[in-house]
Design a binder for this molecule. Sequence first.
Ligand code: FMN
Length: 213
Amino acid sequence: MSKVLVIYAHPETAKGSSTHELYKHFINSYTAKNPNDEIIVHNISEYMPFRLDKLAISIYNKNLAKSDLTPDEIRLSESRDKWLDEFIHADKYVFANPMYNLFIPAEMKRYIDMIMQAGKTFHYDDKGLSVGDLHGKKAIHLQSSGGNYHNDLIQNDAMIYDLGDQYLQTMLHMMGVDDYSAVFAEGMDKDPMHTIEILDNAYAKAELAGKEF
Ligand SMILES: Cc1cc2nc3c(=O)[nH]c(=O)nc-3n(C[C@H](O)[C@H](O)[C@H](O)COP(=O)(O)O)c2cc1C
C-alpha cells in the first residue's frame, strides 16, 4: 500500500476548473487501480501557513549557527516538521496547478520553500554539493495553462517558458526524486475553437497516467 500526497493549488471558485478536472481524471483512474492506497490531499491555495518571513529566516540562521530558538521559533519549527514528516513519509507525490505568470502558484512555491530543508530532504556532502535524501519515490505534475508550452508546433523553444514545471522537476531532483512525469492541459486560450478537443485529449492522458503511476 502506497501513501500518495497530493499538493493541489487552485482557489475554489464557482467557475469550473480545468486543473480540477485534470486532477479528477488522474486520481479517479489511480484509485480504481490502487483502491487500498492512502491519499492525502492539501489544497494549499486554501491553506498554506508557511512563509519565508522574519521568524522563518531567523530559524534558518540559528540552525546554521546551532544556536537556541525562542519559544515562537520552536513552535513554528515544530509545525513545519509535521508537514516535512508527511512529505518525507509519502511514497508518491501529485502536484496539480494552473500556470500563473509562467510559474506555479505562489502557494506552491511556499510549499517547496517549506519542504526544502537541509538535513531533512537533502544534505550537503563534504565537497559542499547538495545530495537528495528521498529515495524510491515518484512524482507527477498536472498543470493547466492557457498557452501552449509542450506541444507548440510553431515556437519550438516554447517549453523553456514553462518555468514552473522546470522548477518543480529541479527541486524534486535536488531532494532525490528523479522519477518525474507530467501531464499538461494546455493551449485552450491560444486555440479556443478547439478547447473541448484539447481538454478531452489531456483528460485521457491524465487517466492513462493515473493507471500507470
Ligand atoms: C493570474 C493568472 C495568470 C496566468 N498566467 C498564465 C501564463 O503565464 N501562461 C499561460 O499560458 N496561462 C496563464 N494563465 C491562464 C491559466 O493558466 C489557464 O486559464 C488555466 O487553464 C486555468 O486553469 P483553471 O481552469 O483550472 O482555472 C493565467 C491565469 C491567471 C488567472
